[in-house]
Design a protein around this ligand. Structure first.
Ligand code: F6P
Length: 200
């Protein structure tokens, strides 16, 4: 089998205030997760079964935003940052809370709830747009054996749906908790998922 490791970034300052998007730093709890991530990953790697018994070299991919880079900070592996892994662009709603969006753009708020997959933020993106920009990432992932991806809620949902064979229009509603490492074991005909909580 080959493995893909997925994690959201640790809790950010924007997460604390319920604000969308932005480029904030990790909160204190988020930093605790960053510190714990190397041992969490190491423990999980030791429990994984690789073809010739050796752990293939691991590479860490992040987005270009501060919160994913800060989360990966203590992971001692080669790193690569991708713009295509940045969070869903909420356009004019960037930095707002859901309550503020509901007040200022009530029609948009409803339209998004009615069709979250297709809804495109004004001046921003839809989930469908993310799926399209993830194509090069997925092509590259298909050639790799052992990649750890630290990214954002919406992007992680789309990647997860792709590898777990869930229809993409269901991805916007999937639960992806903070402070958990997801291991996807890609086998010839299916994918096995393991979730490892950091208890933070
Ligand atoms: O709240 C964190 C966050 O990553 C936002 O930056 C982003 O807009 C949102 O989650 C995506 O989740 P949803 O599509 O459920 O609003």
């Amino acid at each position: 089998p080959r493995y893909i490791w997925l994690s959201r970034h640790g809790e950010s300052e924007y997460n604390l205030g319920g604000q969308l998007g932005g480029d904030s730093n990790l909160s204190e709890r988020g930093q605790m997760y960053a510190k714990k991530l190397p041992s969490l990953l190491q423990g999980a790697l030791e429990q994984s079964v690789f073809p010739d018994g050796k752990v293939p070299e691991l590479t860490v991919w992040t987005s270009t935003l501060k919160r994913t880079n800060q989360t990966a900070r203590f992971l001692d592996y080669p790193k690569r940052s991708w713009k295509a892994l940045d969070e869903l662009d909420a356009g004019v709603c960037d930095g707002m809370t859901y309550e503020e969006i509901e007040q200022q753009y009530p029609e948009d708020f409803k339209a998004r709830d009615d069709n979250k997959y297709e809804y495109r933020y004004r001046g921003g993106e839809s989930y469908r747009d993310i799926v399209i920009r993830l194509e090069p990432i997925i092509m590259e992932l298909e050639r790799q054996e052992n990649i750890m991806i630290v990214t954002h809620q919406a992007v992680l949902r789309c990647l997860y749906a792709y590898f777990m064979n869930v229809p993409q229009d269901q991805s916007p509603w999937m639960q992806v908790p903070l402070h958990s490492l997801i291991r996807l074991e890609l086998r010839a005909f299916d994918t096995i998922e393991t979730r490892i909580s950091a208890d933070i």
